[in-house]
Write a protein that binds this ligand. Structure first.
Ligand code: NDP
Length: 433
């Protein structure tokens, strides 16, 4: 805390990980202390911060902050998304980068951890303004990334359109056509199933986790928060699996549809019109729209937070418990506060952390990297089959890791331990660096 003041989200992420690793750390305390293992693990290898000047449609120069945190490259090139949102700070990017190290390790693929972004707000900007911003952002970032060094992807506020502008500028400056970004369009090196991967992966994982606990996912109800990339494809796959999705939300309000969310309508509102969920009522007159928060007050079997960090609070956890919720699986990164997580775990609700449950996105990004290296494209079914296998394996690995250390059913500890062991082995093998 003294070394990194004013970084509450980063402290929260580190605290959650280190506390759950207590048993493992105590077993190796002397060696870890001698090699400053934990200090190295919690200190990014490199932080890049830069100015992003761009010109708006009125001819006025705007300036934003740009970040890339290259956290850990022990098991592969840095890999992790870029977030464009006004709430972005160094603390947010460090927390995301730190989580990414463990998540990427859990995928079983050779990718290190990193994260980046800007406090730029894409909302209400014209396509030309988005392009101007992306080009300026990449003009600096391109000095620090590369297909074998650091491969960013999308996150909040960065989708296919932004990745396209970023890729175009990288190619123009570096004169290299390489897989330097993932989440690319299908005509220039993107992978089939990447768009769907995080949401689909969340459901493949959730189905397996329920199965491990003797529960069938079909016929259950779910509350989903968010209406972006993760939430939409989570809702789509859930519906396909026979789950009735009751809610979705955006940054101003939420919808409740007693007949099950019409995913095609949400896609049109969010992906095509880039509009608010207030419009949903035009498609489904039976549904309700509410301003503000409230998704977790609806009775459901499964809660799938897919919007942003710290969106499921202690009172929400209590409401879920009172309503008989069976499981909470995180589609977003750290959407559940520490107190809420603890409450859920202590009250018998199955809880799966984002670093395991939402790893399908980055795993498929790594599959995109493989296809780019081969200069080949795999079919949708091939990628989707690999994604399913990866999510099932993650589910079993974190469950086994928890059990091995006497914490059966504690999937937070299981995910942290399973992710940690591989990274630490690699760090030890590579000496003090
Ligand atoms: P999007 O930008 O596509 O969607 C985010 C959704 O959450 C939008 O509906 C947005 O509302 C809402 N939202 C964002 N910030 C807030 C806020 N402060 N309060 C309330 N609602 C908010 O992002 P993604 O779907 O890509 O990402 C969602 C989460 O999943 C993030 O935590 C991200 O880090 C994580 N994640 C994403 C992956 C991916 O592949 N995309 C991979 C792994 C994790 P609005 O519609 O009004 O903008």
């Amino acid at each position: 805390v003294a070394q990194n003041p004013s970084q509450p989200e980063f402290h929260q992420a580190v605290k959650e990980v280190l506390e759950s690793l207590r048993v493992v750390i105590e077993a190796n305390e002397e060696a870890y202390r001698r090699d400053a293992l934990l200090e190295r693990l919690t200190t990014p290898e490199r932080i890049i911060m830069f100015r992003v000047p761009w010109v708006d449609d009125k001819g006025q120069v705007q300036v934003n902050n740009g970040y890339r945190v290259q956290f850990n490259s022990a098991i592969g090139p840095y890999k992790g998304g870029l977030r464009f949102h006004p709430s972005v700070t160094l603390s947010i990017i460090k927390f995301l980068g730190f989580e990414q190290v463990f998540k990427n390790s859990l995928t079983g693929l050779p990718i290190g951890g990193g994260k980046g972004g800007s406090d730029f707000d894409p909302k209400g900007k014209s396509d030309r303004e988005i392009m101007a911003f992306c080009q300026s952002f990449m003009t600096e970032l391109c000095k620090h990334i590369g297909a074998d060094t650091d491969v960013p992807a999308g996150d909040i506020g960065v989708g296919g359109r932004e990745i396209g502008y970023l890729f175009g500028q990288y190619k123009r400056i570096r004169n290299l056509y390489e897989g330097v970004l993932t989440g690319k369009g299908l005509t220039y090196g993107g992978s089939l199933a990447r768009t769907e991967a995080t949401g689909y992966g969340l459901l493949y994982f959730t189905r397996e986790l329920l199965k491990l606990n003797g529960i069938d996912i079909a016929g259950k109800t779910a509350c989903i928060s968010g209406a972006g990339n993760v939430a939409i494809y989570a809702a789509e796959k859930a519906t396909e699996m026979g789950v009735k999705v009751l809610t979705m939300s955006d940054s101003t309000g939420w919808i409740y549809d007693p007949d099950g969310i019409d995913v095609a309508a949400v896609k049109e509102i969010k992906e095509v019109k880039r509009a608010r969920l207030t419009e949903y009522k035009n498609y489904r007159p039976n549904s309700e729209y509410h301003e503000g928060r409230g998704v977790w007050s609806v009775k459901c079997d499964l809660a799938l937070p897919c919007a942003t960090q710290n969106e499921l609070l202690l009172d929400d956890a209590k409401a879920l418990k009172a309503n008989g919720t069976i499981a909470v699986c995180e589609g977003a990164n750290m959407p559940t506060t520490l107190e809420a997580t603890q409450y859920l775990q202590e009250n018998g609700i199955i809880f799966a952390p984002g670093k395991a449950a939402n790893a399908g996105g980055v795993a498929t990004s790594a599959l995109e990297m493989s296809q780019n290296s081969e200069r080949l494209s795999w079919t949708f079914d091939e990628v989707d089959a690999k994604l399913q296998q990866i999510m099932v394996t993650i589910c079993h690995n974190i469950s086994d890791a928890a059990e091995k250390y006497g914490m059966k059913g504690n999937y937070v500890a299981g995910a942290n331990i399973a992710g940690f062991e591989k990274v630490v082995n690699a760090m030890n093998a590579q000496g003090i660096c």
